[in-house]
Design a binder for this molecule. Structure first.
Ligand code: ZN
Length: 452
């Protein structure tokens, strides 16, 4: 099956080559660029008229907690910084079930696809007696929705009685965690180019797992050649916690547990000093920049340009939907532009830079060289936006308009050569039924805390 995405209004090829007259999709990959006035070299089966569309590579989300879509704008967690915010929500999250993980994953992935996101990574670290099979539930859900996925087997092992932040009913035994990490990788991880599902290992944060677990998980990940992910340097409270508990700053802690390496990407990465940024870049660590979450919790500003200048891959993440509180990747691109301009000035942060961050930068974080750009041979993951909404009236540069005017809904989305969204609607998913089911489960979860 060959499809010509013909004559786009604008196309984002990162300034490389000429595809003014579109691109050709052959099966699952991009096979050809068509220059201005040209036509495909060989016959095509389908012509998609993109003359009203801005075409970009599918956006790649590098950090999320899908289950948190069940606790958006929760009254007890409003207007709080990270630690008190977490402490308010842990007792609610302790009521999580496998079914809730399944349905919240479906809903978050649907929301992401509709916003132009084609690959998403979730950080699931919350396992209770009733959500022991959360990984199986997530895998089933991402397959049903059809998004390209990185599912991370997260973990928490240090509860309040051992000086950690989470309550005891949300932490697991470390041997059990390691065994499950091993089995999830063996069951689901596909390392091949074009992979639709990869597994990464992701102990939650310095204040919820032990040093031993960090070391052992890294060892296991390296045996299986899977990526490592965790939260780091998100807040000043975390730095204080590390100084007090480990007698070192978060980055020294990372180095001490053998995580200063190119197979690691970190969520947030805000509180790093110059010499630490140099170290991170030298090691090739990736950073998932989560601008909305950082603003919502008032955490701080990630030093994106210094990180990039030192060699770090910087991608974008929407973060969990209890600290965002939405999962819209296109809106997140705009938030990154605004937050970073506040820090560096308008002339140093362009719309092309933030779009690159959310595509190529994110792909690098996830260790993928087959997604994140509209290049020949890459996976055919595309997001197409129409500029026919009121907010775009009078716009000059179509690509800039996408970011500056605040696009939030893709018209069409393709994953691995298959249309998943057309006319702003998800194909093959009954969204109304899904929304209804999700609302019921969210209500059940938020009420469950009263009965524990
Ligand atoms: Zn997070």
């Amino acid at each position: 099956m060959r499809t010509w995405i013909k004559s786009p209004l604008a196309i984002f090829t990162n300034g490389k080559g000429h595809a003014e007259n579109g691109i050709v999709i052959d099966g699952k990959t991009i096979s050809e660029w068509v220059a201005a006035g040209g036509a495909p070299r060989e016959a095509v089966d389908e012509v998609f008229d993109a003359s009203a569309h801005v075409v970009i590579p599918g956006l790649i989300n590098t950090h999320h907690h899908y289950y948190q879509t069940l606790t958006r704008a929760t009254p007890c967690a409003l207007n709080k910084e990270l630690f008190p915010w977490l402490k308010s929500l842990y007792p609610i999250w302790a009521g999580l079930t496998d079914e809730m993980v399944h349905v919240s994953t479906q809903l978050a992935c649907a929301e992401l696809l509709l916003s132009g996101c084609t690959t998403s990574s979730d950080h699931h670290y919350l396992f209770t007696d009733r959500s022991a099979n959360a990984m199986d539930a997530q895998v089933e859900a991402v397959r049903e929705i059809g998004i390209r996925a990185v599912v991370t087997r997260g973990s928490m092992s240090v509860g309040q009685k051992n000086g950690g932040l989470p309550p005891e009913n949300t932490v697991q035994d470390e041997d059990q965690i390691l065994n499950d990490c091993d089995s999830v990788i063996q069951k689901y991880h596909d390392p091949m180019p074009g992979s639709m599902l990869q597994i990464a290992l992701a102990p939650c944060s310095p204040f919820s797992v032990s040093k031993d677990l960090m070391v052992n998980v890294a060892e296991l990940a390296r045996i299986h050649k899977v990526k490592l992910h965790t939260h780091l340097a998100e807040t000043r409270d975390e730095t204080d916690y590390c100084l007090q508990k480990f007698n070192c700053r978060p980055l020294d802690y990372l180095e001490n547990v053998n995580w200063l390496s190119s197979d690691v990407w970190l969520a947030h990465g805000i509180f790093f000093e110059d010499k630490e940024i140099h170290k991170l870049g030298g090691a090739g660590v990736g950073i998932s920049h989560c601008p909305t979450s950082n603003m919502m919790l008032g955490s701080g500003q990630c030093r994106v340009l210094e990180l990039q200048a030192n060699g770090c891959a910087v991608g974008i993440g929407v973060d969990g939907s209890a600290s965002n509180d939405c999962s819209n990747m296109m809106q997140e691109v705009r938030q990154a532009l605004l937050l970073q301009r506040l820090q560096y000035g308008a002339a140093r942060v362009s719309h092309q830079q933030v779009l690159s961050m959310a595509t190529q930068g994110s792909a690098r974080c996830l260790g993928r060289d087959d997604i994140g750009a509209l290049a020949i041979g890459m996976q055919a993951d595309l997001a197409l936006f129409k500029l026919d909404d009121t907010r775009f009236c009078g716009a000059g540069d179509p690509l800039a308009a996408l970011v500056l005017c605040g696009a939030d809904a893709a018209d069409c989305v393709m994953v691995a050569g298959q249309w998943k969204v057309k006319n702003q609607a998800l194909l093959g998913v009954d969204l109304e039924t899904l929304k209804h089911k999700h609302s019921q489960l969210a209500h059940t979860l938020q009420q469950s805390v009263n009965f524990q």
